[in-house]
Design a binder for this molecule. Structure first.
Ligand code: PRX
Length: 653
């Protein structure tokens, strides 16, 4: 329904038919009108220190109050200077003296259908005991701990236990390979790993512990591996190094006072792809991150005491960190965790869960929505989803068709959709509607959250005109921003704070419409968004060239109906070798071993040479057009060898 109108100056300003949110949500929302939001947003930008100090006092329990809200020496921020607090105490202890004490903190369903309900009191006990297990095994404040678990409550327990004693967790998504585990262990200098025998996926147990064993083999730095028994698979335990979770917990005391930590104490490192072959370990700290996660979770999802909040992201991603775990628990909400895939045993697993547990807030990704559309409405319609009141979307732009389906078929036009734009780096929502009040624009994340100052600019940092595409930047620091790339402050500065002077560079392209709504176009760097996951083309390329038969490789994203983008790679083999389907499969498996199954190329084209500029840069733009089956348009004058292009086109045709 996008319309275009000409502005006075003759520029094309795209607008869209806005959809009003259902009125009953606004009646009970915390921010009651768009005018109130606008006023608050203006105030928050006019006096950020005053605004954030107020939010920090209202939303966080401090052991010692902070003295100064922000010390900003670009690109380094210190928020809530002098303040002391503990994240696990904010997520647990502070609820124990309230009516929430025996409320469910986590309701979890394993893929086989096992259900667990853990109250705040019980979660507190488990976290304290596990924190004592960590201490007994030698974990100290600031030590890095790798968590490589399925999406089960113990993942949250392990994260909170680290936070309780000041250890720094780095959760690695269970789908990543041994090589990826090894890279992360080495990059952050971890001495400890928490894992499980395995987890359940598509009705089968899959193994995790052997992946860890392979990943850390020969690494002297690992002192302990703590292993959760989840599937009961036969598991090799290395004497001296490996211990069972349940055996350690058996004798552990439930007394463990939360450590009093500086507001800037490191909380976690989370790795994400960038435009080089090496993933970046983004470091988040205690006070600012907790405030961002707490405040956005409360306001964007309109959290109420009686809600059951389900964020479908795995804890291995930032969404799982900020919403399944920290934001939900810090607000005293009941958070729902599901271990497995959406389509097991049938394509209605999610709808079945919502109906049985009476989920009220449902937060998922466009790629999942598109696969539900494909499975068919009948799977949704079989279920009573009337408990739902708020829907959320994250990870990539949601196409307007998927938006409408989500709104109409899943939400029955009763539930507003919070399309939340943010990143691993931002820690919390940055551009998002607010419940009840922001007019919804299907496909747009709409307006900035409080205290957030985004702009769309050109390469020189000048704001572009409304309706024109440019680079999305954030002009002011915010509390939940990542503080650095662990061990690489220079890369942090170069990636985020050098591209556009004085601004945080998001790596996304965007445009703003006549209503002020932000429309995210997608990445402008060499990062792909596949099923809502960030995959750096350079990472895939370096995985491919590590294969003995590969001389050179180039990876590009092409449009894909379900995944948003699919991964297409062009491979040049070493002298005298020829490619066939067997080698294609071998290379796919090789990438899965090097990175993880999420990075397996969808399409592999063997080519004698890659199109390059005269200075030797691969012209990915041309490859993208070829792989997408499009005509090669645009400037090819910098191409070194025109024959390459015609040969490539011949292969594709
Ligand atoms: O390109 C944007 C896209 O996902 C990127 C961030 O990826 P990651 O750090 O893995 O975090 C994903 C979960 C927050 C962004 O740079 N993205 C995320 N949410 C949206 C989005 N693009 C458009 N609309 C969104 N709602």
């Amino acid at each position: 329904m996008a319309k275009k109108k000409s502005s006075a100056k003759g520029h094309i300003v795209p607008t869209t038919t806005l959809i009003k949110q259902p009125a009953h949500i606004a009646a009970h929302a915390r921010i009651k009108s768009l005018a109130e939001y606008k006023k608050l947003h203006e105030e928050s930008l006019r006096s950020p220190a005053t605004f954030w100090a107020r939010m920090a006092k209202e939303n966080i329990s401090w052991i010692k109050p902070f003295k100064k809200t922000l010390v900003w020496r670009e690109p380094h921020a210190q928020w809530f200077v002098g303040g002391r607090l503990n994240v696990s105490a904010n997520c647990l202890d502070r609820h124990l003296s309230t009516e929430r004490r025996h409320k469910a903190a986590i309701i979890a369903e394993g893929e086989p259908g096992d259900i667990r309900v853990i109250t705040y009191q019980q979660l507190h006990t488990e976290v304290c005991r596990f924190a004592n297990v960590l201490k007994k095994n030698g974990v100290k404040s600031r030590d890095r701990v790798i968590i490589y678990l399925p999406n089960v409550p113990e993942a949250a327990i392990a994260m909170l236990a680290c936070a309780r004693i000041g250890a720094v967790h780095s959760v690695v998504f269970g789908g990543f390979s041994a090589a990826a585990v090894r890279d992360r262990v080495q990059d952050c200098g971890a001495n400890f790993v928490i894992t499980a025998d395995g987890g359940f996926r598509r009705g089968q147990p899959f193994a995790l512990k052997p992946v860890v064993d392979e990943g850390i083999s020969g690494l002297e730095q690992i002192r302990r591996v703590i292993v959760l028994r989840r599937t009961g698979q036969t598991t090799h335990m290395q004497p001296e190094r490996d211990v069972w979770w349940h055996e350690e917990m058996a004798g552990a005391s439930a007394e463990c006072p939360p450590a009093s930590l500086d507001a800037e104490h490191p909380l976690f490192i989370l790795y994400t792809s960038g435009s080089t072959g090496k993933p970046k370990g983004l470091l988040h700290t205690t006070g600012g991150y907790l405030l961002g996660a707490t405040l956005t979770c409360k306001l964007v999802f309109d959290l109420k005491e009686t809600d059951l909040f389900w964020c479908t992201a795995d804890v291995g991603w930032i969404t799982g960190h900020s919403y399944t775990v920290y934001g939900a628990l810090s607000n005293g909400a009941t958070t729902f965790m599901y271990e497995g895939v959406p389509n097991h045993p049938q394509p209605d697993r999610f709808w079945d869960i919502i109906e049985r547990h009476r989920v009220t807030i449902f937060y998922t990704a466009p790629t999942a929505i598109r696969s539900f559309i494909r499975a068919g409405d009948q799977w949704v319609k079989k279920h009573d989803l009337s408990s739902l009141r708020i829907l959320g979307s994250v990870g990539e732009p949601i196409n307007p068709e998927a938006w409408r389906w989500y709104y109409e078929v899943v939400g029955g036009k009763r539930c507003p959709i919070m399309d939340t734009w943010w990143q691993t780096e931002t820690g919390a929502h940055m551009i998002t509607p607010l419940p009840g009040i922001t007019p919804m624009a299907p496909g747009s994340a709409t307006l900035p959250f409080l205290g957030v100052d985004p702009a769309v600019v050109d390469a020189k940092g000048q704001p572009v005109k409304r309706g024109e595409q440019g680079l999305l930047v954030i002009r002011k620091p915010w509390p939940s921003m990542a503080r650095t790339i662990y061990g690489d402050a220079a890369r942090y500065k170069k990636t985020y704070w050098s591209e556009i002077k004085g601004c945080y560079f998001t790596g996304d392209g965007a445009r703003q419409d006549a209503h002020g709504n932000f429309w995210i176009i997608g990445r402008v760097d060499d990062v792909l968004n596949i099923s809502g996951h960030r995959i750096g083309t350079a990472e895939v390329e370096s995985a491919l060239v590590s294969h003995a038969k590969v001389a050179e490789a180039a990876a590009v994203g092409i449009p894909h109906e379900i995944k948003g983008q699919a991964l297409a790679v062009f491979v040049t083999l070493k002298q005298g070798l020829t490619g066939d389907d067997a080698l294609r499969e071998e290379l796919r498996q090789h990438v899965a071993r090097e990175i993880g199954a999420i990075a397996k190329p969808d399409k592999i084209t063997f080519t004698e040479a890659l199109p390059k500029t005269r200075s030797g840069k691969i012209m990915r733009r041309l490859l993208k057009e070829i792989a997408s089956g499009n005509e090669v348009k645009g400037d090819v004058t910098t191409l070194d060898d025109f024959n390459v292009l015609s040969k490539l086109k011949a292969i594709e045709d």
